[in-house]
Design a protein around this ligand. Structure first.
Ligand code: NOJ
Length: 739
């Protein structure tokens, strides 16, 4: 440590004083570094065997000592990080500390709902709070950096990673991206409880063909700029420190070798100053993509395109020095990459004290704090979506004599925390639905049968399940996907509830034609529930709700908490409709409202164009009425604003929360615009009988888009506008944007 301070303050024997800012300190340090040491900063290896891919480098101690390693993935815990950090600080020439990164995606120990679920809360404060808690816990175990948030917008339920994002909408996704960054990074990175965030996967990964992971993406630049880039730009605006380049190719150019997206857009247009890390071997994968002829070529392309750090690929480590010496990679690129990485280390305070995140007491006292668990319970409840509630099946009364709980996920404490659950314990910590309902019911009120497994084809448990359903006064089915069925490398071509679970639902309904049946769903993507909507009364979508998921689910089932979540992604009627999303284009042959089946219109002959559950949909145990829509002016001047408002009344019998949504439609433009676009939302708390007026301000900034020449602006003309409870409505009001 002393060694490093000495170097920073004395350059070439002369005292440069207490440097004013980090940039100066970085430059001073870099003056002392050899090319090989600079390249060392751009290299990341993994701390251990890792589920997401093969380990490429295992000899980490040696690499660190040689000055060939700047960051580690999958190394955490006070002990693990201290051992490695000690080598870097005490046994290398310049003592530059290591950076420790990890996938802290929806919680570190205390696990929150999967990100798609969390987005359904439409609650930016909750998103920020959850990532703040994740940063507290992760930093207490030696981590400096999370590979989150994933801000990939996706309209592809077949793609398993739709579970990691914030759904299908540009505006909501961008707001959520900012909230995550704020939560992870806090307001001061030098505090030991804040960590670097990473906007990933740059870019358009969520549009993989046919929903197959790592697959090709072809899209026009207009779509890229209007739909897929904005959440990344929002992350930059929120001050995100790092980016991750993706696995997919984009219009023939893999995104980890894509100068256009990495240098022209990210650096030049947006002015991003942090560093870019590759995804796991994504530079190596330029070879099988057919974009680089061999590994050396891939290293050249990666660095030249603007990828600053090589995640476990070994390429920069082995080939970059020669590539620079041969003039194939400008040394300036390596200097820039090294500078950015060192800057992040300075900002984290690692040069003041490389062990500042390594503290036994914090490690022992930070995880699973009671207040974190309370928050996780609150957030899990707010993230669940009541999709259907026929015959007022929910909430359940605590006085019902007997309730049958059936399904492979009733007692689950393993899948409930979802995929990418960092260090969340899959045994002994998470509250199952069974434990949750046990807070509300006496043991003699509860009947339980597993019925079947999620995926196995064995119906030997059906008989018992049907038998207890017949003895019960109400039935709750807890079913869905296993946690490994969403996330990375978990694409599906079938969106039905997996295995023989649907058969069991059918049999239980047949045996109980008049009983109220609730289906509680745990899953990581929109499912095809076309059969189930007719077989059950209520459907409660809880996603993978996290450590306190079972308790939160019980709170909702028994009405202790009123459901308030709304979908951030469309639920299709079947897989053939995919991709289907609320902000599609009208086409030249839209279906007539009064005759959706008309021939030679843009429809299907077998299934309606409509969704099963629309973006923005979600029910409550109370009802909300929208009235008195007003707009402050019919015309919007280029420099002005107008206000649109509506009165929302809680017209039911319980207090509740309503997510009020603002949509617009640009009717005619030089490039066609979506039929609807979300432009604002507010989450209102309304006591029963209470009314509130919700007002949205609209300026031309909200109406801008990229035209066919990639110019960003607004085009004058007529716009439709609505304030609605979901995207499933028809516009009735308009305003004009003036020249
Ligand atoms: C691959 C995944 O695509 C990425 O999201 C993750 O951060 C890295 N592996 C590191 O685990």
């Amino acid at each position: 440590m002393r060694k490093i301070i000495f170097f920073i303050l004395f350059i070439n024997g002369s005292f440069i004083g207490f440097a004013q800012n980090y940039e100066v300190k970085v430059d001073s340090l870099m003056n002392l570094m050899t090319l090989q040491e600079k390249i060392g900063q751009t290299v990341m290896y993994s701390g251990r065997w890792d589920q997401t891919g093969p380990i490429v480098g295992t000899d980490n101690g040696k690499y660190i000592r040689e000055g060939n390693l700047g960051a580690m993935l999958n190394a955490f815990s006070v002990k693990g990080t201290r051992d490695l950090q000690k080598i870097a600080v005490e046994e290398t020439r310049l003592g530059i500390p290591l950076l420790f990164g990890y996938d802290v995606i929806h919680g570190h120990r205390t696990i929150f709902p999967i990100n798609l679920g969390l987005s359904a809360s439409w609650d930016l404060k909750m998103v920020e709070e959850s990532s703040r808690i994740a940063a507290e816990e992760a930093s207490a175990e030696g981590l400096h950096w999370t590979f989150a948030p994933m801000v990939d917008l996706s309209r592809e339920p077949r793609w398993g990673r739709i579970s990691e994002g914030a759904g299908e909408d540009v505006y909501l996704g961008s707001e959520i991206a900012k909230a995550y960054v704020k939560g992870f990074q806090g307001d001061d990175l030098s505090k030991p409880n804040t960590i670097l965030a990473c906007a990933k996967h740059y870019v358009a990964y969520g549009a993989a063909q046919a929903g197959r992971d790592y697959h090709t993406v072809n899209m026009g630049e207009g779509e890229l700029r209007n739909v897929y880039l904005p959440p990344f730009k929002a992350a930059v605006d929120a001050g995100v420190e790092t980016f991750m380049s993706a696995f997919n190719e984009l219009n023939g150019v893999p995104t980890s070798g894509n100068k256009f997206t990495l240098r022209d857009i990210l650096r030049e247009e947006w002015g991003f100053e942090g560093f870019v890390v590759s995804d796991y071997t994504s530079i190596n994968e330029l070879v099988p993509h057919g974009f680089a002829k061999d590994s050396i070529d891939a290293a050249r392309i990666g660095m030249n395109a603007g990828v600053d750090m090589d995640m476990v690929g070994k390429l920069y480590h082995h080939f970059l020095e020669d590539l620079v010496k041969e003039g194939k990679v400008p040394e300036a690129y390596v200097n820039d990459a090294c500078r950015r990485i060192l800057l992040a280390k300075f900002k984290l305070g690692l040069f003041d004290n490389p062990y500042r995140y390594i503290n036994e007491e914090r490690e022992n006292t930070t995880k699973y704090k009671p207040e974190f668990l309370d928050k996780a319970r609150e957030i899990a409840a707010a993230s669940s979506v009541l999709l259907q509630n026929k015959n007022e099946a929910l909430p359940l009364s605590k006085d019902i004599k007997k309730i049958a709980f059936i399904g492979p996920l009733v007692k689950d404490e393993y899948d409930i925390i979802g995929n990418w659950a960092a260090k969340g314990d899959r045994k002994g910590k998470a509250v199952s639905v069974y434990e949750g309902i046990s807070e509300y019911l006496n043991p003699n009120q509860i009947l339980y049968a597993k019925g079947c497994e999620i995926l196995k084809d064995d119906d030997s448990g059906f008989e018992e399940a049907i038998s207890i359903s017949e003895q019960a006064d109400a039935i709750v089915l807890v079913m869905g996907e296993g946690h490994h069925m969403s996330g990375e490398a978990a694409s599906r071509t079938n969106l039905k509830i997996p295995g023989i679970q649907p058969e069991l639902i059918k049999k239980i309904r047949e045996a109980n034609p008049n009983k109220k049946i609730t289906l509680v769903l745990m899953n990581g993507r929109p499912l095809n529930l076309s059969n189930e909507v007719d077989l059950v009364d209520a459907i409660l979508e809880i996603w993978f709700p996290g450590t306190m998921g079972g308790a939160a689910t019980a709170d909702l089932l028994f009405g202790e908490v009123n459901p308030s979540g709304k979908l951030t992604v469309t639920f299709p009627r079947n897989v053939g409709q995919v991709p289907i999303y609320y902000n599609m284009k009208n086409t030249g042959r839209p279906i007539p409202e009064d005759n959706p089946k008309e021939d030679y219109k843009s429809n299907y002959i077998d299934v309606p164009n409509t969704t099963l559950f629309a973006f923005g949909h979600g029910l409550s145990y109370t009802t909300f009425t929208y009235s008195d829509f007003r707009i402050s002016s019919q015309t919007l001047n280029p420099n002005g604003t107008i206000e649109a408002s509506v009165t929302v009344t809680n017209s039911g019998n319980r207090d509740g929360h309503e997510i009020v949504q603002l949509y617009i439609h640009d009717k005619v433009a030089s490039v066609t615009r979506p039929v609807k676009e979300l432009k604002g939302f507010q989450k209102l708390a309304l006591k029963k009988g209470e009314s509130k007026t919700v007002t949205f301000k609209i300026s031309v900034e909200d109406l801008k888009f990229y035209n066919s020449e990639m110019k960003y602006g607004v085009e004058p003309g007529e716009f439709e506008i609505a304030i609605a409870p979901s995207s499933d409505f028809r516009f009735k009001h308009t305003f004009n944007v003036l020249d």
